[in-house]
Design a protein. Structure first.
Length: 96
């Protein structure tokens, strides 16, 4: 069964647009990691008070691919970079 990995990033107020764009570019560059069937990343267009700034949606071929991704040496530094920019990150992983 495929896994849909959804992540929303809320940047700290002082994070400039260039850093936000760099984060999205780094996320997009992960698209070819083994086990990823599809990756989409983008900035929020609604900008409501409850909105997050960046959304990430990755479809993995299975749970093993998601687990491997979490430890992947290309993913880990991108995750650390994102964490350094954010005041809050939420994620959900669902079977599809």
């Amino acid at each position: 069964m495929r896994i849909l990995h959804l992540v929303s990033f809320k940047y700290k107020a002082d994070v400039d647009p260039a850093a936000r764009a760099e984060h999205r570019q780094r996320l997009a560059a992960l698209h070819d990691i083994d086990g990823i069937a599809e990756l989409k990343v983008g900035s929020d267009v609604v900008r409501a008070p409850r909105s997050y700034d960046t959304g990430l949606a990755i479809t993995f071929r299975d749970r093993a691919a998601l687990d491997a991704y979490q430890q992947n040496p290309r993913h880990v530094p991108v995750a650390q970079f994102g964490a350094s920019l954010c005041e809050h990150i939420v994620a959900v992983d669902v079977e599809i």
